[in-house]
Design a binder for this molecule. Structure first.
Ligand code: ATP
Ligand code: MG
Length: 431
């Protein structure tokens, strides 16, 4: 991508209503534009990151055996009346009346709809277990939409639903998702902390939330330090669930079961929440299956959510400095930026194009900053948008046969011989 062709409207000034750093940086980096309270347009740079996150979430869901489908955003009120949640959900639910006077709603979650799909097609224990998911926009008319995409009214969520014969099998499905969640967040360069949680209005008796560590997080977490250094290839959900972890209002220093030296205290942001709620919805929505003895029993269910759009903000909260974003490579909108500081210099332009063509041909996600603007603006915009690897081409260095390489993750800069650049970057990107 050439910067001059792209649409990347960076801003110098911080919008006055943006309270937290990720919100400020997302607006300044031209990633989102507010359309109304808690509702945003995703501009090209923001969309690239959203898609990267979505892709990782999808891959880990598929690996864990979950099956993707797509349910609509607009739902009829019928199923919600049956489940009893039409009234319970209150003002958070956006209700709409269609031209025939039918009561419709913009889905805040999908337990009702998926249970109905399940019960229409599955009636035997032989078809279990099943785990179905979708990645779809949700709407919740939050009392206080704030912090940009972190608490929006319209937001993208991955939600899935597991169906099992009994509680024991359902716990297995729960643990498979638990493991997939830890892997998903680690792949995004985050440190996930899993905590036992309240089930709230969803119901049931088993629930965990997943918080990621960020200095600017809203919750204070108290947890066993072992939770900070997990090996994603070797996750034992039962072991992890036995480690101590609590948010501040649950933590009681006197009754804390672990020693002070093993206790860590950090700030966190909730990015995922999982529930086992048994037969609450299957009973109400008639999702019965025949067991091995020919008896009809309600199916056991769990539901699992990841805030895909919230993750964009959360990743920035966890990865930024005073100059801008520092994208972990797995979710970066581009892996490499080629920054030509002297667009009007023939040699600089030729060299930048040469590198750009090479990396494009090799299918590296690269952006070429070919804009005609001041050196200061180029450097500060590129610090702001935070592409992890940057090649900076200046007139004097080039004359001496060098360009600069900057690693935005640690801000180290080194000079590289012009002929070594492609190998050097290939090595960094391991191709
Ligand atoms: P919260 O306590 O933050 O309101 P929740 O318990 O209502 O979250 P769930 O219904 O479990 O959330 O939704 C699953 C995930 O969706 C959450 O972990 C969060 O990452 C994301 N999420 C929930 N509400 C919002 C929102 N208003 N804006 C952005 N993401 C959200
Ligand atoms: Mg909520």
């Amino acid at each position: 991508m050439k910067y001059s062709n792209f649409f990347l409207p960076t801003l110098k000034d911080v919008p006055s209503d943006a309270e937290i750093i990720s919100h400020k940086l997302m607006i300044r980096a031209g990633m989102i534009k507010q359309s109304s309270s808690g509702i945003y347009s995703w501009l090209p740079l923001g969309l690239l990151v959203l898609k990267k996150i979505e892709h990782i979430v999808r891959e880990e869901q598929n690996r864990a055996g979950a099956i993707e489908l797509l349910m609509p955003t607009i739902q009829s009120s019928d199923l919600w009346i049956k489940s009893g949640r039409y009234d319970d959900y209150g003002k958070e639910m956006l209700r709409i009346t269609d031209r025939s006077g039918r009561e419709m709603l913009y889905g805040p979650t999908n337990e009702e709809l998926i249970t109905d799909i399940f019960q229409s097609h599955i009636s035997s224990y032989k078809d279990l277990p099943k785990n179905l998911y979708h990645i779809q926009w949700k709407f919740r008319d939050e009392v206080r939409p704030r912090f940009g995409v972190m608490r929006g009214r319209e937001f993208l969520m991955k939600d899935n639903y597991s169906f099992d014969l009994n509680e024991e099998e359902a716990k297995k499905s729960y643990d498979i998702m638990f493991k997939a969640y830890i892997k998903t967040f680690i792949r995004m360069g985050l440190t996930p902390i899993s905590l036992r949680a309240e089930t709230g209005p969803i119901g049931g008796n088993l629930s965990h939330e997943f918080q990621i560590l960020a200095k600017t997080g809203e919750s204070t977490l108290y947890y066993d330090k072992k939770l900070e250094s997990l090996n994603p290839e070797n996750i034992d959900p039962n072991e992890l669930q036995s480690f101590y972890a609590a948010v501040d209002d649950q933590h009681d220093e006197k009754n804390c079961p672990i020693q002070k030296k093993d206790l860590k205290i950090s700030k966190g942001i909730e990015v995922g929440h999982i529930f086992y709620f048994g037969t609450k919805y299957s009973e109400k929505l008639n999702a019965y299956i025949q067991d091995q003895d020919g008896k009809n029993i309600p199916v056991h269910m769990g539901s699992y959510g990841i805030g895909v759009s919230r993750l964009v903000g959360a990743i920035i909260e966890a990865n930024h400095d005073e100059k801008g974003i520092q994208w972990p490579t797995s979710v970066a909108p581009f892996k490499l930026a080629i920054i030509n500081l002297m667009s009007d210099d023939q040699d600089c332009a030729t060299k930048s194009m040469e590198y750009y063509d090479y990396f494009m041909k090799n299918e590296i996600e690269v952006i070429l900053d070919d804009r005609i603007c001041s050196v200061g603006k180029k450097l500060s915009d590129n610090e702001l948008i935070g592409i992890p690897f940057q090649i900076i081409i200046g007139k004097r260095d080039l004359k001496n046969g060098f360009v600069e390489f900057k690693n935005r993750l640690n801000n180290k800069v080194e000079k590289i011989k012009v002929d070594d650049v492609t190998n050097f970057i290939n090595n960094k990107l391991k191709i």
